[in-house]
Design a protein around this ligand. Structure first.
Ligand SMILES: [Zn+2]
Length: 62
């Protein structure tokens, strides 16, 4: 799908690599999504530039 990109991020709780889908049409976004491995809430801060993911931070949310 246009405007989205898959990115791999390390879970801050369990350290497993998880894949998230990022809407690259938004320059900066913050959202919480549960880890698919340990089910704990991860707070993502995603920065995009020119339709590509430039930075992803994964922090313990909640
Ligand atoms: Zn996890």
């Amino acid at each position: 799908m246009a405007g989205t990109e898959e990115a791999s991020v390390e879970c801050p709780y369990c350290g497993e690599a998880i894949t998230i889908v990022v809407d690259t049409s938004v320059d900066e976004q913050e959202y919480v999504e549960d880890c698919s491995v340990c089910c704990r809430p991860i707070e993502f801060t995603v920065t995009c530039a020119d339709g590509e993911v430039s930075e992803i931070e994964a922090e313990k949310g909640g």
